[in-house]
Design a protein around this ligand. Structure first.
Ligand code: FES
Length: 157
């Protein structure tokens, strides 16, 4: 059964006081749930948050399904999001994604056997001037090459 930590519950309560409506606090609260639920939002965690916020479950469900930054399936310890939008694609982002998957032995979107990685192609992450780039959990890595990206990922603790 999913439950937020005491700090997580405090966070949700505080967020609900920051906006005019509770509905506006769903996004930051859902991010907190995702963080504490191993990187994804399960149906159970969505129901939990709705109950905690005292809002209809569909409000939370709508946000979770609309935004791609909320993962609806389990991800590895490191969620590797490789930008494949125009600037990154032109600088080799797509090939870099293929090389990362191949080198780490993981299929795109799946969790690797050692549960360390999930690799996803994403749209612009706002760092077009330093393409190609990737986001790993909350960190950004820029000016990459495929080899550099694989090295960074292998060296993660
Ligand atoms: S196109 Fe990749 S960060 Fe913008």
């Amino acid at each position: 059964m999913f439950e937020l930590s005491r700090e997580g519950i405090e966070f949700v309560k505080k967020e609900m006081t920051r906006y005019e409506t509770k509905r506006s606090a769903v996004i930051p609260c859902l991010f907190r749930v995702q963080k504490e639920n191993g990187g994804w939002v399960s149906p159970e965690s969505i129901a939990y948050l709705a109950q905690l916020m005292d809002v209809p479950e569909r409000w939370v469900q709508e946000v979770a399904t609309f935004y791609t930054m909320f993962n609806k399936q389990p991800v590895g310890k490191y969620h590797v999001q490789v930008c494949c939008n125009i600037s990154c694609a032109m600088a080799g982002g797509r090939e870099m994604t293929d090389k990362i998957c191949q080198s780490l032995g993981v299929e795109e979107g799946a969790v690797s056997k050692d549960r360390r990685y999930t690799v996803s192609r994403v749209e612009c992450l706002g760092s077009c001037g330093t393409a190609p780039m990737m986001q790993v959990n909350d960190d950004y890595y820029e000016n990459l090459s495929a080899d550099k990206a694989v090295k960074i990922l292998r060296e993660l603790e």
